[in-house]
Write a protein that binds this ligand. Structure first.
Ligand SMILES: [Zn+2]
Length: 304
């Protein structure tokens, strides 16, 4: 009998354990960009994640592939940037997935003060990514990640009431670590304050804003429009007169316009290629390494 009792207890324990673990383990999140997958992993490590884009892709322009439709169909929550970053592809995915649970998307941009709003600006086929609501590339300012983490933990807590306390505990611990890190970054990045850069698109607008840097030229003639020889020629005059620290592009952007421009400006102005985000399986450590790496690259140039 004692053996039977022990067996029953073990079975009961296993069943209860599985019962407690099941809701969170099965909770599936569709993240439009890897940074939101990483933040979701910080708050809910047990979540199953589908990530729609990777650092090598332009998040403005994604094809609504069947695999993505199937992933969105199986998700309990979609976590995206918003501010129209995904307006070219997410509505199509939503329509085709037909999943009522992911209709109310968690948009990070709803919880952050966006920079550079352009009220009334309208995108056209020749100026596709105008970002009238403001710059959506908000994850390059680590302070924004704290704001998004706060709102996302609330939302996850609503979706998973039994997990609410644990999610809040993880968020609070993350905030403590992150605030310490932000202070350290700000101290280290002091030499970058006031530095000017030329860049392609507003991809790193929040990084410049956070570190007190200035984007003095955009390689795009109009937002979302690929650089043209005429526009680069015009930029060249101004940049020769006041050379910037560097010409900066994102890893997913065509390097040829930037290469041409830095070739014309000479060795004093290097081309710096920065990854636009983390890897799609990243978590807190990779978010930290990514932001750390962005500054490290720029500081290296500033110290030359
Ligand atoms: Zn953009």
């Amino acid at each position: 009998m004692p053996r039977l009792a022990a067996c029953l207890m073990a079975c009961l324990g296993a069943c209860l354990g599985a019962g407690f673990a099941a809701p969170a383990a099965a909770f599936t999140v569709f993240a439009c960009e890897p940074e939101w997958a990483a933040l979701t992993r910080v708050l809910l490590p047990s979540a199953r994640l589908h990530v729609a884009t990777h650092a090598g892709q332009d998040p403005h322009h994604i094809e609504a592939r069947p695999a993505l439709i199937a992933q969105l169909r199986s998700a309990h929550l979609a976590v995206c940037t918003g501010a129209a970053l995904e307006s070219g592809w997410l509505p199509t995915l939503q329509e085709r997935a037909g999943n009522a649970r992911t209709r109310d998307v968690f948009f990070a941009a709803d919880h952050v003060r966006l920079i550079d709003p352009q009220p009334g600006a309208i995108g056209t086929p020749w100026a596709g990514d105008v970002h009238a609501e403001g710059n959506p590339h908000l994850h390059a300012d680590p302070r924004n990640l704290l704001e998004v983490a706060r709102a996302l933990s609330e939302r996850l807590g609503q979706e998973l009431p039994a997990e609410r306390a644990a999610i809040e505990q993880r968020r609070s611990a993350f905030e403590g670590r992150w605030r310490t890190q932000i202070a350290e970054w700000e101290r280290r990045a002091a030499p970058l304050r006031g530095q000017a850069v030329a860049a392609q698109h507003t991809t790193f607008g929040y990084l410049w804003h956070w570190l007190g840097m200035k984007q003095v030229a955009d390689l795009e003639p109009k937002p979302g429009m690929a650089p043209t020889p005429g526009h680069l020629q015009r930029l060249l005059q101004g940049l020769r007169a006041a050379p910037p620290l560097a010409v900066v592009i994102a890893g997913y952007q065509d390097p040829r316009p930037g290469r041409w421009l830095t070739g014309q400006l000479g060795a004093a102005v290097p081309l710096v290629v920065l990854p636009a985000t983390v890897a799609d399986d990243a978590a807190e450590k990779e978010l930290l390494q990514w932001l750390d790496g962005l500054q490290r690259e720029l500081l290296q140039v500033a110290r030359r």
